[in-house]
Design a protein around this ligand. Structure first.
Ligand code: NOJ
Ligand code: CA
Length: 585
């Protein structure tokens, strides 16, 4: 029996990769875009690092963490909105695009961050939120003052419906009617999200020109690019009309109207021509519900964005009645969604791959079976996502395996959409206790708890009182404990990043095609990456040992989340949650 233990090989390979990556440039020709060869990292500014003791993360906190982020290997940092804002939706309600909110710092802090990041080869990517503004934005203040001023057509206004009520029966994303009555104009304005977030009227060329001016102003300041919020929503389906109600409140999700709208790409292409392209800026779209035939307009050579997030896994188990009725994904559903997404973008462009972001629960709590929180399982999930074709986009804390938090009562909840879903659950007849338990696993707050730097007070996030309760598990899960510990989740992510950046493997890891391997095999997720080399990526989605037949001879073991690997008779024995990247001979 031919049996080999690959332990030494794995250790040696990982060490070589780290060495190679530290001095390595991109493997592909230099004319390839910089962002494809790096990894991106999302910072939820409010919860990353507080430097002045007010309990809220700030820009200085990011600047002070740049050496850490460079050590990790991030080449682009997406910051959630830090513009002047009343913070009704934690900054996704912008009152002034040209100002930094004092809670996060000053424009000088932002300039310093851009400069210091640049010196470390890191680009700053800001959040572009322009489907809507805050109702405190002077544009809206002017617009609502009357029907005949310069900005009166900058937002979306309609007369009351025949019954004197809202013009249509659309429900906003955060609950309730998507229309708000304004007594001064005697009209309703549309808000896809909160009523404090009125939708801009993109049909108005003046609005578009003003937004492009603002984008260019930021890019001229040295910004690397933008993440574009809620972008599909800027185009509405006209003329406005009711849609069949989908819940007992008699309303219908505004998504039904938005998904019928055509021609958003004309706006987006114009924006790309006027802003991103001349600056060679990076852009990543928050694109939901795109139609497959539209993909080449969104990403790839002629797309309006560099890349877009793949959200297909997020939709698994979603129930139109609300979170209380929704289910968590099974491994088979997860695998099917991921492979379908890889198929969709093949030959078109790059998706940005995530397991979580500030709008989702923590990936390790969502995609792994309930209660499974071992480092091996966390690494496996992270590795399977990271090795896909596309841009790996890590969310703060993912690299140390941060988990969902604990809500003692609804009073612990900050997130407006969790509060809405809680009400929906109560209306459906759940008790308060049941409603909280039902919405907790989906809450956006799970990802918004402060970053766990260390086991010190408040996880080292602040010397003051954190704006949101720190996840009580921080003595167990924190960066200080993991940094430099070879078997930690953090060092595992570093080895994945090193592989992506290593001259020998970058071509395959970045550009190689994805081809599922044994897709019918239950609880096994495996795929090839085929470029100038052939890699086999595999994860055992099970708490039991299993065997995986090999499609050929192993040339090298590149990544292993466990200390050992045994192979015999053309198969590998995979321990529970084992994750492997093998190079085939
Ligand atoms: C998507 C953002 O990521 C989310 O946090 C926000 O609430 C909505 N868009 C509205 O801007
Ligand atoms: Ca602060």
């Amino acid at each position: 029996m031919k049996k080999r233990i690959y332990r030494i090989l794995a250790v040696l390979t990982a060490a070589c990769l780290l060495l190679a990556a530290s001095g390595a440039g991109a493997a592909k020709a230099e004319n390839e875009l910089w962002w494809k060869n790096t990894i991106a990292y999302e910072i939820y500014v409010r919860s990353f690092r507080d430097t002045n003791g007010d309990g809220i993360g700030d820009l200085k906190g990011i600047t002070q963490s740049l050496d850490y982020l460079k050590e990790l290997g991030a080449g682009a940092l997406w910051l959630t909105p830090c513009y002047a804002s009343p913070q009704e939706d934690n900054g996704y309600d912008i009152a002034n695009f040209y100002e930094i909110d004092p809670v996060y710092g000053t424009m000088a802090d932002m300039d310093e961050l851009i400069r210091e990041a640049g010196e470390r080869g890191i680009r700053i990517v800001m959040d572009l939120v322009f489907n809507h503004t805050s109702d405190a934005n002077p544009w809206f203040v002017e617009a609502r003052a009357g029907r005949n001023n310069e900005k009166s057509d900058w937002y979306i206004w309609r007369d009351p419906g025949e019954d004197g009520g809202a013009p249509t029966n659309w429900r906003s994303i955060f609950g309730g009617s998507a229309w708000e009555y304004d007594p001064i104009r005697g009209q309703y304005y549309l808000h896809t999200f909160l009523k404090q977030q009125p939708d801009l009227n993109w049909e108005n060329p003046e609005v578009r020109a003003e937004l492009y001016k603002m984008i260019n102003w930021w890019l001229d300041r040295g910004l690397g690019g933008f993440r574009i919020d809620a972008i599909i929503n800027i185009k509405k389906f006209l003329p406005f009309r009711d849609f069949p109600a989908d819940r007992e409140d008699g309303l219908c999700s505004i998504r039904r109207m938005l998904e019928k709208a055509q021609g958003v790409y004309l706006f987006l292409d114009e924006m790309a021509r006027e802003t991103f392209r001349p600056h060679d800026a990076f852009s990543v779209g928050e694109v939901f519900d795109e139609k497959e035939e539209d993909l080449p307009f969104i990403i790839g050579e002629n797309g309006c964005f560099s890349t877009m997030f793949d959200f297909s896994e997020k939709h698994i188990g979603a129930d139109p009645r609300g979170w209380y009725a929704s289910a968590l994904p099974t491994p088979e559903e997860y695998k099917a969604a991921v492979f379908a997404a890889q198929r969709r973008c093949a030959g078109v462009g790059f998706f940005s791959n995530i397991i979580e972001n500030h709008d989702e629960p923590r990936g390790v709590s969502h995609y792994l079976p309930a209660g499974e929180r071992s480092d091996a399982a966390k690494k496996m999930l992270g590795g399977l996502n990271f090795m896909l074709r596309g841009l790996p986009f890590l969310y703060q804390g993912q690299e140390i395996g941060m988990e969902n938090t604990v809500f003692d009562s609804i009073g612990d909840v900050d997130d407006i959409s969790t509060l809405d879903e809680y009400r929906v659950a109560l209306d459906a007849g759940l008790t308060e206790e049941q409603a909280l338990a039902a919405v907790a696993p989906f809450s956006r707050d799970n990802a918004r708890t402060p970053f766990q730097w260390s086991a010190e007070a408040n996880a080292g996030f602040t010397a003051g009182t954190p704006w949101m309760k720190v996840n009580p598990n921080y003595p167990r899960v924190n960066l200080a404990d993991q940094r430099g510990r070879p078997d930690s989740v953090y060092e595992f992510y570093r080895s994945l990043i090193a592989l992506r950046k290593s001259p020998d493997y970058a071509e395959t890891v970045v550009y190689g095609e994805t081809e599922p391997y044994l897709p019918e095999e239950k609880d096994l997720m495996a795929y090839f990456r085929r470029g100038d080399r052939t890699l086999l990526v595999a994860g055992n989605f099970r708490s039991e040992e299993r065997t995986m037949p090999l499609p050929g001879e192993i040339g090298a073991l590149l990544i292993n989340n466990l200390p050992e690997l045994s192979a015999a008779d053309g198969a590998v024995r995979m321990a529970p949650w084992q994750f492997l990247v093998l190079e085939l001979a």
